[in-house]
Ligand binder design. Sequence first.
Ligand code: C2E
Ligand code: CA
Ligand code: CA
Length: 310
Amino acid sequence: KLVHAHKIPMLGYLHKPVSPDKLSEIMSQWGASSSENKPQSNKKIYSAAELQSAIANHELINYYQPKVSVATGEVIGVETLVRWHHPVDGLVFPDHFIGIAEKNHLINELTTCVLTNALTQAKIWHENGLNLRVAINLSMDNLASLDFQDLVVNLVTQAGLSPQGIVLEVTESQVMGADARVPLEILTRLRLKRFHLSIDDFGTGHSSLAQLRDIPFDELKIDQSFVHRAWTDDTLRAIYDASLSVAKQLGMETVAEGVEDQHDWELLRQTGCDLAQGNFVSRPLQAANFSTWTEEWKNRVRNGLIADSV
Ligand code: C2E
Ligand code: CA
Ligand code: CA
């Protein structure tokens, strides 16, 4: 992990004592793997002005990733994940622009745009008889002023939707400032209005046990780094089990993120995790593709996905 953190290409491992043959075998891979060492072309840095005009020009598009019940396969809700359909660069992922929005005071504008689009979509789903819970991601910076809370409440009321159907996913993208009273007050007020609060990326240092003590969350999302392959890795499994257990003891619903294959899914089933989210179920989708996916998913469930063991 240290080597990766320093972006040093790693050819492999050698056990002591090192033999010249083994060393030259490993070094012969240098040429082949050095192509992986190409500069990251996609790491373009966007300016605040570019992002602002993207928001104004409706280039930010909501994708939706399903959250399904592990016990029954029922589609319970979706998480909204924003992408930038850039006119030149194509599809740009949130890691390339959320930080810029946060640093340049554009995050309230961005979140308002994501929420507005998500509410419009939620309304369409409801009108079509799909009662999906819609989750959106909040940045800690969104929780810096009480105005934002009023905005969320007003938008949801104007859309004619009930707060119970809206899940607010929160992580600490930066350490909560010395004064945690404002975010705490906003989250508590939103909870009193019956919004569902979800603690995202649980266990990754941004989300800690202290937050569970202080904030009345309804849902705990076990971070994908503790879910995928937990069935075969004892350390991951211990963290996964502990997270599940703390959530159950606190009466919270559990969501496992990053469910990538049948093995991951089976672990959730065996351990009684409530909801699953990940590429095994579905990648994030544009709303237009949602009903096709729903039909495919129903078929997978009917064909024994739930009952099968690996
Ligand atoms: P997140 O909230 O933890 O979202 C889950 C991320 O995991 C998404 O990445 C999703 O595409 C990805 N993912 C889903 N299933 C799998 C899987 O099976 N395996 C793996 N390896 N990954 C999976 P994405 O869409 O790139 O979003 C990255 C992060 O950007 C999100 O992490 C969230 O923190 C942030 N983000 C996305 N949309 C918004 C937004 O509207 N507002 C804010 N403030 N943050 C957002
Ligand atoms: Ca999230
Ligand atoms: Ca997450």
